[in-house]
Design a protein. Structure first.
Length: 325
């Protein structure tokens, strides 16, 4: 062992003895604290504040991360004024509100629904797919009949506000996703509970005025959401096609596995989009990540993406760093 290495090892050894919060030499040779910040919940956009508050009620009472994320994202799903999730979501170009959602827990279990119509809380249908079926994903009429058989009620999800916006859109019928236009798109939520377990949920009405039948990244495990309880969790918002082409959330988790911080991992995933997809500058994508130690981070293509963060000390909105300067 050379001299430098010897004195370095000595210092680290000393730190482990004298410090009540032990430090470890991580794989990428950075010294990191062993302190775990838990419980913690983070979620995309402004609507994450209210959603986090609902999740926190469960987390603070020693509830599980998976219960917390389900309860959290149900809040914007049930809000008729939120035009990008659940009830009140903008319809497709034919006037149909079609919903996508998925959920993933600490055991690698996952459930997902896509192209689901007439059910206000698709995340709870996804949860039931996870808990009660041998499958991961149900879509369209099959997902609907599964929901109805399990006690969910059919309702009209097209509010007057969303209908008016669609009727306006139909006049020109020009499909052009607009960056950050409402600042409250898909909700992706990630939580670490008091037992140190991670889970995530993601739910959306998808891109406004999409083609009938279009499904984006949000219900796709690995694209809109991914959780690996050994490493961390990630979720995405923005134009789903870009996220699907790069399997974004899975990429973020794998980058954290290699030793990157949540922030660095989200940045690398945005870099991947910029490297591979020519027209990325026209669109927004934001990634959000949480690691096993309760550290969170985010990164997006364009200025304007933010996320809500709640733990014992914080309850705030954080602006994400961005790629296009
Ligand atoms: N990612 C969603 C989708 O493409 C939409 C969004 O987050 O705004 O369906």
């Amino acid at each position: 062992m050379n001299k430098n290495r010897r004195s370095f090892v000595k210092k680290i050894g000393l730190a482990l003895v004298v410090s009540p919060v032990a430090s470890v030499l991580a794989k990428n040779n950075t010294v990191r604290s062993n302190n775990v910040n838990k419980p913690v919940v983070i979620s995309t956009w402004n609507h994450g504040l209210d959603a986090n508050a609902a999740a926190w009620e469960i987390l603070k009472n020693n509830g599980s991360a998976v219960d917390a994320v389900e309860a959290g994202v149900r809040v914007p799903e049930s809000d008729p004024n939120n035009t990008s999730v659940g009830l009140g979501g903008f319809p497709d170009r034919d006037g149909n509100v079609t919903l996508d959602a998925c959920i993933m827990d600490q055991h690698q279990n996952c459930g997902s629904v896509a192209f689901l119509q007439g059910i206000q809380n698709p995340i709870s249908v996804a949860r039931l797919v996870m808990d009660k079926t041998p499958h991961v994903m149900l879509v369209g009429a099959g997902a609907k009949s599964f929901a109805l058989k399990n006690g969910f009620k059919h309702e009209n999800l097209l509010t007057d506000k969303a209908k008016k916006a669609w009727q306006e859109w139909v006049k020109k019928s020009k499909y052009q996703p607009i960056i950050n236009v409402e600042n409250h798109d898909t909700i992706g939520m990630l939580a670490l509970d008091q037992n140190g377990n991670l889970s995530g949920a993601c739910t959306t009405s998808g891109a406004a005025f999409k083609m009938n039948g279009r499904v984006g990244d949000s219900p796709i495990i690995g694209a809109g959401l991914y959780v690996d309880n050994e490493v961390g969790a990630a979720t995405a918002t923005g134009l789903g096609e870009l996220v699907m082409k790069t399997v974004g959330s899975h990429l973020v988790v794998e980058l954290m596995r290699q030793g990157l911080s949540p922030n660095e991992a989200c940045k690398k995933a945005v870099e991947r989009i910029a490297e591979k997809l020519d027209d990325y500058k026209k669109y927004q994508v934001g990634f959000l990540a949480l690691n096993k130690k309760g550290e969170c981070g985010s990164y997006c293509i364009q200025k304007g993406f933010n996320y809500a963060w709640k733990d014992e000390k914080n309850e705030k909105l954080v602006d994400a760093e961005y790629w296009v300067k």
